[in-house]
Design a binder for this molecule. Structure first.
Ligand SMILES: Cc1cc2nc3c(=O)[nH]c(=O)nc-3n(C[C@H](O)[C@H](O)[C@H](O)COP(=O)(O)OP(=O)(O)OC[C@H]3O[C@@H](n4cnc5c(N)ncnc54)[C@H](O)[C@@H]3O)c2cc1C
Length: 450
């Protein structure tokens, strides 16, 4: 049987980054197996007639780390990228408020502004010690901002009681600017927050999939082999190596990097203990429908909008033709709406027509388009979009990750390790997973496989 040093399960950005690292830095034989017809995972983009949609939701490139950002952008050198200054809003009480909310207070009526400020000052005085996400929102932002925006928005997105979400989730993710800035913003000064995302990048052509394609091309040029339509069905641990069965083929490898959803591991990985199987069955994620709308309108001068209220079925709407003019025909605009669901059954139980109708109704209601402007509409469904950080997750990861590593399988990625990660972070995690897997690899196998 053919043998390689490293097998990578899943060709989303994590798997592609691992393949690129293994081939370019270590020069070892590397095989990436992707279940889908194309690599990319959540980073796929598709044309419907002349409208291009990022079918895994709105994706922009940004990072707190210049170095990480440069690593990603290097893979876009074939298509180039646009640099944008964020223009984003929150739709609240019938108007558009600057994002993040706390620096958009001047856009709100004076009584709401006062309520938010009073709540923030009271929270700062009280210094409560929160023990879950809901309490954290109240403790950090105060009652006004919590109830006007953060709680309704997060309930709409997570479809999970916020008191079940642990504090592990919040660190660094929810904008948390100083009180000083909020007071300045409330009296009308221009203040920015969440500044590492204020400027973002986006591929000139091909949508966000151009990034996945770029990493795949660089991995292949460095010697990695990528197989698509190759779903991994079984991984068997054979002492110092692993046997991997995939869509009709099989291969032996020294190590595996696993980036498919962890919830699929019990089906795939023979040697997983019954304790780990039970823990993994309790992992929760939020399913998502991404609805692409191509309309014959001038695109509004906005990148994306958050919708905490019940007036719309979507919690976020992005204007993709503002990310790149190549994403829509001249005189048209491409939009994507994100609609989250309570369960996979609920996601599957609703027809495309019904979701599109509700999305178009919402867009009409907020004044972005008229139903008669719509030229194309399409729906893409994702079983896993947001990993839920609850107690079950902490317990499962504590046990399962070391067990998998003990079998020679390094889990990584948004659902491979059940971590709420952006592209810059999964790129790093993929790179680190290859480093970790290859620490133990015998160079001779590496050479045999090439
Ligand atoms: C709505 C939304 C918006 C986002 N916006 C941004 C953003 O603006 N900026 C940002 O930086 N990040 C954003 N992200 C995060 C980003 O999408 C992820 O960090 C990244 O795409 C995750 O990559 P991954 O490889 O870990 O997972 P995935 O993309 O899920 O890839 C996993 C791959 O494994 C494959 N697979 C599954 N089972 C098997 C099997 N048995 N055998 C072989 N292959 C298998 C799948 O087909 C898939 O290709 C967003 C995410 C979402 C959901």
């Amino acid at each position: 049987m053919r043998r390689v040093a490293l097998c990578i399960i899943g060709g989303g950005l994590t798997g592609l980054a691992a393949a690129y690292r293994a081939a370019s830095k270590y020069g070892v034989s590397t095989l990436l197996l992707e279940a889908g017809e194309r690599v990319g995972g959540l980073l796929l983009s598709e044309f419907v007639e002349e409208y291009l949609f990022d079918v895994g939701g709105s994706h922009i490139l940004f990072s707190k780390s210049e170095k990480r950002l440069r690593s990603l952008l290097r893979h876009l050198r074939r298509v180039g990228w646009f640099v944008h200054r964020r223009v984003t809003r929150i739709y609240l009480r019938g108007g558009f408020v600057k994002y993040p909310f706390e620096v958009g207070l001047a856009d709100l009526p004076p009584e709401t502004r006062a309520r938010v400020l009073k709540g923030m000052i009271a929270a700062a005085r009280e210094r409560a010690k929160p023990s879950n996400f809901l309490e954290w929102i109240y403790a950090v932002f105060g009652e006004g901002m919590a109830e006007e925006y953060l709680i309704p928005y997060n309930r709409k997105l997570w479809k999970t009681p916020l008191e079940e979400i642990t504090l592990e989730w919040v660190g660094g993710r929810v904008p948390n600017p100083p009180l000083d800035d909020i007071i300045k913003a409330a009296v009308g000064e221009t203040v920015e927050a969440y500044t590492h995302q204020l400027v973002f990048m986006y591929p000139k052509k091909g949508g966000i999939e151009a990034l996945a394609r770029g990493v795949a091309a660089d991995a292949e040029e460095s010697g990695a082999e990528i197989l698509t339509s190759a779903p991994v069905e079984r991984v068997e641990h054979l002492g110092n190596r692993l046997r991997v069965e995939y869509g009709g083929g099989e291969i032996e490898c020294d190590r595996v990097v696993y980036t498919a959803p962890l919830t699929a591991a019990p089906k795939i990985i023979d040697d997983l203990s019954s304790e780990s199987r039970a823990l993994l069955s309790r992992l929760k994620s939020v399913p998502l429908a991404v609805v692409g709308i191509g309309a014959r309108v001038r695109p509004p001068f906005i990148h994306w909008v958050y919708f905490p209220g019940e007036e719309t079925v979507f919690h976020r709407l992005a204007v993709l033709s503002r990310y790149s003019a190549y994403n829509a025909p001249r005189g048209g605009a491409s939009f994507i709406a994100e609609v989250s669901f309570r369960s996979v059954d609920e996601l599957r139980g609703v027809s495309d027509d019904a979701i599109v109708r509700k999305v178009v109704e919402g867009m009409e209601y907020v004044g972005l388009i008229k139903a008669s402007d719509v030229e194309v509409a399409s729906v893409w469904r994702w079983e896993h979009a947001y990993p839920v950080y609850d107690v079950a997750r902490s317990e499962a990861l504590k046990r399962v990750i070391p067990e998998l590593k003990g079998l020679g399988i390094v889990p990584a990625g948004r659902f491979g390790a059940w971590e709420y990660l952006n592209m810059d972070a999964v790129y790093s995690r993929g790179t680190e997973a290859a480093d970790e897997a290859l620490v133990h690899v015998d160079r001779r196998t590496a050479d045999e496989g090439r």
